[in-house]
Write a protein that binds this ligand. Sequence first.
Ligand code: FAD
Length: 471
Amino acid sequence: MTVTIDTAATSTVVAADIDYAPLRAQLTGTLHTPDEPEYEALVSPWNLAEPMRPAAVVGVRTAEDVVAAVRFAREHGMTAGVQATGHGAKAGIAGHLLVATRGLDEVTVHAEGWARVGSGVKWARVIEAAAPYGLAPLNGSTSDVGVVGYTTGGGVGPLTRTFGLAADRVRAFEVVTGDGEFRRVTPTEHPDLFWSLRGGKGATGIVTAVEFDMVHLPTFYGGAIYFDAVDAAAVVDRWRAWSADLPELGTTSFAIFQLPEIPDVPPPLAGRMTIGVRLAWTGDPAEGARLLDRMRAVAPVVLDDAMLRPYTEVDHVHADPVDPMPVADPATLLRDFPAEAAERLLALAGHGSDSPQVLVEVRQVGGAYGREAEHANAFSHRAARYSVLAVGLAFDPLSAARSEEHAQEIFAALDDWATGGVWPNFGPPQDGATARRAYDPDTLARLAAVVRKYDPDGVLELGTYITASQN
Ligand SMILES: Cc1cc2nc3c(=O)[nH]c(=O)nc-3n(C[C@H](O)[C@H](O)[C@H](O)COP(=O)(O)OP(=O)(O)OC[C@H]3O[C@@H](n4cnc5c(N)ncnc54)[C@H](O)[C@@H]3O)c2cc1C
């Protein structure tokens, strides 16, 4: 899809009078400033509404490059950010020196059930490499997202009720901390960092590689069934009761879509409002099909895309867009989703509501998601039962503001059931207030202590928001 963007937040971070030649001389990779054509390609994020404008970008190829970049930033009083794909881009987290990790592209799958992956790798490559062994990683709704960005934010995906968070399965990280040191981090080596990197995103270090366990799942029953939005009230009503009884072998969500008439969108879903019910069922496929038949019976199905399929087709569950686009995508978490919450949501985002959102999604969590991992981590939202996400197009400041304001109206209507938090992956810290939504007070205080210990000069941009939350 071709898009044009007109956004207000395009000013480049200024770091005057810096001579980058000594850093360039140390790098296996590249360094580019805004006057060079390569700069745009390296800084350009998936979310085009969040331009990353660092004073310079380092396209790293080795862990040593990351060490050199962080030490250089520290010596010159600069801050450093990190980006793999830009799915989680926020203009305020680029730092002066952005470390672009796409060149860290190792993928090694071990037949015993674990993988080692460089921090520039997207889930799609891991899924493909694991499939011949019948293995599946705990990726998110789209395999286009980066493994490390997703995992360090917790990582809540289509199998979460059965197998928990991606962060719960990490064995080890290799990471460069803000003091410029390279460290291997496991439950027994630097356990405070191991705790912080599973939930704390890039606040306490720039990960260069991660090692994690996978699950045995060559196939699953799942995908989505879609209805016209005129039937949304009946569909959501049944979904609430149906999902409440769903065994932990299944993870489900529903989403109200308004998709454009473009070649990538199946005709039954294009140019109208629809509602999709998603299921990823890890048990007996026939049982999964029988369970979903109860949802199929609610109303006429306009598109049925649920079936027994190889795990390599897991992206069919959520059917997220892949092409870069400008989006406003705020989210919230709920303790409960009773009938009144459903009514309020549909009044603002359902049939006849004039909603500007491309997607409004409600995910049910619970099950293994709600249980602490073997090694505690910095993810604060085990008690949440539902996540609500609104995604609107943000082609210009006006459409961005309209999407954001409408999303906030939805969240205000659901406030009676809100936990007050948001997953770090759906609301990364950009200041003290957003940090306080991403983490509970104890977790935040502990994260801030880890930041101060390993990054005493406040080099990592995200870490500065964590410590700011304590002021
Ligand atoms: C279409 C779409 C679908 C999504 N689906 C899900 C989902 O199902 N579940 C879910 O939990 N999240 C989901 N997300 C959110 C996503 O997981 C986060 O935005 C995540 O941060 C993306 O990581 P990235 O590396 O792709 O993005 P980037 O924008 O490159 O990175 C985002 C952040 O991740 C951290 N990070 C990245 N690389 C490193 C590194 N090497 N070391 C330390 N920190 C690093 C940093 O804090 C960085 O600012 C989705 C996002 C999109 C746009």
